[in-house]
Design a protein around this ligand. Sequence first.
Ligand SMILES: Nc1ncnc2c1ncn2[C@@H]1O[C@H](COP(=O)(O)OP(=O)(O)OP(=O)(O)O)[C@@H](O)[C@H]1O
Length: 318
Amino acid sequence: MSDVTDTGAKPGGEVDDDAEVPAVGGIVAELRHMSAEERARHEAEVAEVVAPDREIEVGVGDTLLAMRDVTLRFGGLVALDSVSFEIKRGEILGLIGPNGAGKTTCFNVITGVYRPTAGQVLLEGHPLGRRKRYAITQLGIARTFQNIRLFNEMTALENVVVGADARHRTSVLGALVRGPRHHREERQAVERAMALLEFVGIADRAADKAKNLPYGYQRRLEIARALATEPKLLCLDEPAAGFNPAEKEGLMELIRTIRDDGYTVLLIEHDMRLVMGVTDRIVVLEFGKKIAAGLPAEIRENPAVIAAYLGVPDDGVA
Ligand SMILES: Nc1ncnc2c1ncn2[C@@H]1O[C@H](COP(=O)(O)OP(=O)(O)OP(=O)(O)O)[C@@H](O)[C@H]1O
């Protein structure tokens, strides 16, 4: 596992790994000592904080992101071949296809890791053009990775605060280590990060270093950090990889909640049953080409999709 993230998030200041951030310890202690009633009130407040600042109800169903005839070549290999599809605001769009179909490459084009050889990606009608990764994060596209990438030596909470930094440019993490003058910013940043940890269900380990968290917590932490950037589009690359069926179901429930809170989600997931259960629409790639798009029920019956997956067992499909 890498020691650093690759989302464009940048640590805003030097962090002493062994020094406890006082506000973090304080909030964790407060949570532990709350009565059921206080806790319920707190959870309602958390729901408020986690919702993005932006107005998100307006325009639900509009096109948020459009891939227009995107081609990407690696030398002689055509990883994406004139791929076009749209992601509508407020939906969970599943991106599936056999191994090597081009799904992760699609994510990499959308998040600015690769520039298309031809075609373009538009966010809210504006081409992403030659923008770099951090600029795309600031525009409102966040992602998680197939192979988890966290700041291993930072606490769970600090990882999320760093995510907020990536969005806001000003260094909240720097504020954490600068002193009393920055106390209010610190408190707000920590509270929002803490709310996000609660939202994804891992607040009990907020003060633990990322590297010491159980695998399932690390996957959820990646999602919390991505949400901290207040994304318009959240791209999840096999977020349930390595999970058992119950853990997968729990994660899909979280993804539904994220959608219901007004976020838009692009999801790569290998388990066909889960994809069918959680997505609003599905786009299918095969050998870099889009072979189908539609509602889950339509995709299930689509002859081209069935042919692409013929002989592949359910959990080997995505
Ligand atoms: N950096 C790269 N250089 C060369 N070829 C690459 C590169 N990244 C991906 N590819 C190739 O592009 C094609 C699409 O790969 P991609 O990882 O997007 O597929 P995928 O659908 O995400 O597959 P999987 O389900 O196995 O993750 C594959 O043939 C892959 O080998």
